[in-house]
Design a protein around this ligand. Sequence first.
Ligand code: B12
Length: 166
Amino acid sequence: MSAGLTHGATSTVSAAGDRRGTVVVTTVASDSHTWNLVFLQLLIEELGYQVINLGPCVPDQVLVDACRETAPDLVVISSVNGHGHQDGLRVIDALRACGELTSTPVVIGGKLGVAGQQSDAAIGELISAGFDAVFDDASTTTGEFSRFVGALPAATRAPERTEVVA
Ligand code: B12
């Protein structure tokens, strides 16, 4: 088993999740907050996806390995400890440096700095570095995130499990 799936990852599969695809939910290496990840897992599962939740304090390489192994339809990075902006810049570099992950949708959100709302320049820096969207707590809503997820293209891969009803 890869490092990615031995780092306390939890995953639940619903019938709806089989239909829409897989989302990796993670935080960054410095961040030990956990309930934000639980919240996101529940929300994204309600939107119809299977979620692989890598848990808190995820080293960059563990995240990269987990994404290479599972080829998710979306990677959601959450950070609330105030280091999210700087950690996010490092993490997106590592993800985009990996050939298989150059076009995987990757978003970041939460409380990304220690001074409240992220400036337009700070958000622009994250987008320029390779994030597809930034959901800063102070300037975006859960509804906007849900609409972003809802607008993702349907998964192109075959479902990993088929339930047969007799
Ligand atoms: C519980 C807690 C802890 C616990 C965490 C335990 C655990 N296992 O999770 C402990 C005690 C370990 C802790 C430690 C620290 N904490 Co703390 N912690 C909190 C606290 C009180 C609650 C967090 C929580 O669980 N909320 C419930 C979840 C469901 O909500 P949430 O985290 O706010 O996430 C929401 C949004 O941010 C958003 N969201 C988050 N990510 C994403 C991503 C996307 C894509 C989207 C769309 C939305 C989204 O959705 C969630 C639901 O609305 C908050 C203060 C607060 N009242 O929020 C501080 C808080 C997060 N902690 C803070 C700090 C500073 C720390 C420490 C640095 C303190 C220290 N000096 O040691 C350390 C950091 C440790 C580390 N290495 O990360 C600050 C962060 C400040 C900032 N960002 O500007 C906060 C805000 C307290 C404060 N007001 O100063 N903490």
